[in-house]
Design a protein around this ligand. Structure first.
Ligand code: FES
Length: 365
C-alpha cells in the first residue's frame, strides 16, 4: 500500500491484499512531497515515441485505392439522393391537420431522407480520411500564439500540402460530389421553413378574415353548443368558437384565428371608445384569444382585476379598457369581436373582427 514519505525517498510500493492499491517500485522513478500529496516526476521516463507506421491496403494497392474512392463518392451521392428524397417526401406526404396518419407518414419519410443525407456526408468523409488521405503520423511542436512570419508562411505550405495529400484538388469526383452533398443538404430546411409560413397569401390578409360573420352564434369550445347572454354571469369567462367551426374541413386552422374569450364585467366599469359603444352586450365582451405578441392562446382571466394574462411571456391585457396592454411584450390590444343577441337570446357576432388577429409583427398597411 502506498504511503506518504516526507524524506523524499522513492515512494514505497508493496502489494496489498484483495482490493488494495499496488505500485511497482520500478514504475515509480521519483517522488516529491507537496501538501501531503505524492507528486510523481516523469523526468526519467523514456519517451516511447510513435509506434512504427503501418501502411494501409489502399497505400499499397492502387486497385483498392480506386475502390475506396468509388465508395467515398457513392456515399456523397447517396447523401444528395437523401436530400432530394426528403424534399420529395415533404411534398408527397403533406400534413393534413385532421389526419394523424399523414403526420406520421410525413415525419417518417422526411426523417429517412435527412438521415440518409447526413449519414452519407458523415460516412463518406470518415471513409475518405481513413482510406485515402495521407496518414503518416507527425508531431506538431507548440509555438507562441503569434507565429513568426516564417511559420505563417509554412502554414500556408502545409495547407497546400494537405490539399495535395488529401487529393482534394486532384480527386475531382470526390470533391465535386462532396460539394454537391453539402449544397444539397440545407435544401430540405429551406423547404421546411417555407412550409411554416402562409402559402401564397399576405400574412395580414390571412389574419384579417376569420369564420366570424354577422349573425354567427357564439358557441362553447369544444362542444359547439350556443350560449345565451343569460348564461354569462358577472365575472365569468368562456372559451368560444364560431358556430359551425367543428364541421369545417380546416377546423384547426380556422380555430387558430377565430378563438375568442367571452367575459362579463360590470357595464359601468367598461371604458368604451367612440364607435364601439354597441360592441358589448350589457357588459358581455368578446376578445380574440390569440395573443398579439407571438400568438399563444391568452387563457387566464383574473376576475378581481379584470386582467387577461398570456402564459407564454406574461403579457397582460385590461378587459375594462378594451384589452389594452398593461404589461409584457405585446404591442397592441387584443382585437374585439362586436357581439349582440338574436331573437332567442343567444349571443351572436355583429361582424368579423375589424383588424387582423394574432401577432403584430406582420406588415399592416
Ligand atoms: S405570446 Fe403572449 S406574451 Fe408572448
Amino acid at each position: 500500500m502506498a504511503h506518504d514519505d516526507s524524506s523524499g525517498k522513492d515512494l514505497a510500493a508493496t502489494s496489498s491484499g484483495a482490493g488494495g492499491l499496488s505500485l511497482d517500485r520500478d514504475l515509480v522513478p521519483s517522488k516529491q512531497v507537496s501538501g501531503g500529496l505524492a507528486v510523481i516526476s516523469d523526468d526519467n521516463l523514456p519517451d516511447p515515441g510513435l509506434p512504427p507506421h503501418r501502411k494501409r491496403v489502399t497505400d499499397q494497392d492502387p486497385k483498392k485505392a480506386s475502390t475506396a474512392q468509388r465508395q467515398v463518392y457513392t456515399l456523397f451521392y447517396l447523401s444528395i439522393a437523401g436530400s432530394i428524397f426528403a424534399i420529395a417526401a415533404y411534398m408527397a406526404f403533406p400534413i393534413n391537420a385532421n389526419d394523424p396518419g399523414s403526420v406520421r407518414l410525413n415525419t417518417v419519410f422526411l426523417g429517412l431522407g435527412i438521415t440518409l443525407a447526413l449519414m452519407g456526408i458523415g460516412l463518406g468523409a470518415v471513409h475518405w480520411a481513413k482510406t485515402l488521405m495521407h496518414d503518416e503520423e507527425g508531431i506538431d511542436i507548440r509555438h507562441p500564439v503569434r507565429s513568426s512570419d516564417e511559420v505563417r508562411a509554412r502554414a500556408v505550405e502545409i495547407f497546400h500540402e494537405g490539399n495535395v495529400e488529401s487529393g482534394f484538388g486532384r480527386r475531382s469526383l470526390i470533391r465535386n460530389s462532396l460539394i454537391g452533398a453539402l449544397v444539397a443538404f440545407p435544401l430540405p430546411a429551406v423547404i421546411l421553413f417555407r412550409g411554416l409560413g402562409p402559402q401564397n397569401e399576405v400574412p395580414s390578409e390571412l389574419l384579417s378574415h376569420t369564420m366570424w360573420k354577422a349573425g354567427a352564434r357564439l358557441t362553447l369550445d369544444p362542444s359547439g353548443l350556443p350560449i345565451k347572454a343569460s348564461d354569462v354571469t358577472l365575472g365569468s369567462a368562456f372559451h368560444i368558437i364560431p358556430e359551425g367551426l367543428n364541421d369545417a374541413p380546416d377546423r384547426l386552422e380556422q380555430k387558430a384565428k377565430a378563438a375568442v374569450l367571452l367575459m362579463r364585467v360590470n357595464p359601468a366599469d367598461l371604458n368604451v371608445s367612440a364607435g364601439r359603444e354597441s360592441w358589448n352586450y350589457d357588459g358581455i365582451v368578446a376578445y380574440s384569444k390569440i395573443c398579439t405578441h407571438v400568438g399563444c392562446p391568452v387563457a387566464l382571466f383574473e376576475q378581481q382585476t379584470h386582467h387577461l394574462l398570456c402564459p407564454c411571456h406574461q403579457s397582460t391585457f385590461d378587459v375594462n379598457n378594451e384589452c389594452e396592454v398593461i404589461f409584457g411584450p405585446a404591442k397592441r390590444p387584443l382585437p374585439q369581436l362586436p357581439i349582440t343577441v338574436d331573437g332567442e337570446g343567444y349571443l351572436i357576432a355583429q361582424s368579423d373582427f375589424h383588424e387582423p388577429v394574432g401577432p403584430s409583427f406582420w406588415e399592416r398597411s
